[in-house]
Write a protein that binds this ligand. Structure first.
Ligand code: CO
Length: 133
């Protein structure tokens, strides 16, 4: 694990959340993107040495939609940057970590991503991300 790539927060509405993050906290908005595979609209905000991703569900039955229905808005996951995600996943499997994705999927910005189950991480959903940049 090299560093935190982003912290993701589940929100009902990007526009409503951005009025806080962008207008009140004065953090620059880097872009808004729809990631169909994850069922979310994502706003990426620059928070200095990391990014904050605001996740708005595309539908109530998407994973983030279900998360908000069960637990309300709030911290959804923390993402670590890795240089070789396939290798990291093998290491985690050999440590008997419970993985949500055994193989990398494609996430926002075309990154290779995979999630580790909160049961294996002291209660926080954790994402790994390998980018080519
Ligand atoms: Co993420």
């Amino acid at each position: 694990m090299k560093q935190i790539d982003h912290i993701a927060i589940a929100v009902n509405s990007l526009e409503e959340a951005l009025s806080f993050y962008q207008d009140t906290l004065d953090l620059p908005l880097l872009g808004i993107e729809i990631v169909h595979e994850q069922g979310v609209r994502v706003a990426k905000v620059d928070a200095g040495n990391t990014h904050i991703e605001l996740l708005e569900p595309l539908s109530p039955d998407s994973p983030v939609g279900k998360f908000i229905a069960q637990r309300g808005q709030g911290l959804h996951h923390i993402c670590f940057k890795v240089s070789n995600i396939s290798q990291e996943l093998e290491v985690l499997k050999s440590c008997n970590m419970r993985l949500i994705n055994e193989e990398p999927k494609i996430g926002a910005g075309g990154a290779k991503i995979a999630f580790i189950h909160p049961k294996s991480t002291n209660g926080v959903l954790m994402e790994l991300s390998e980018t080519s940049y």
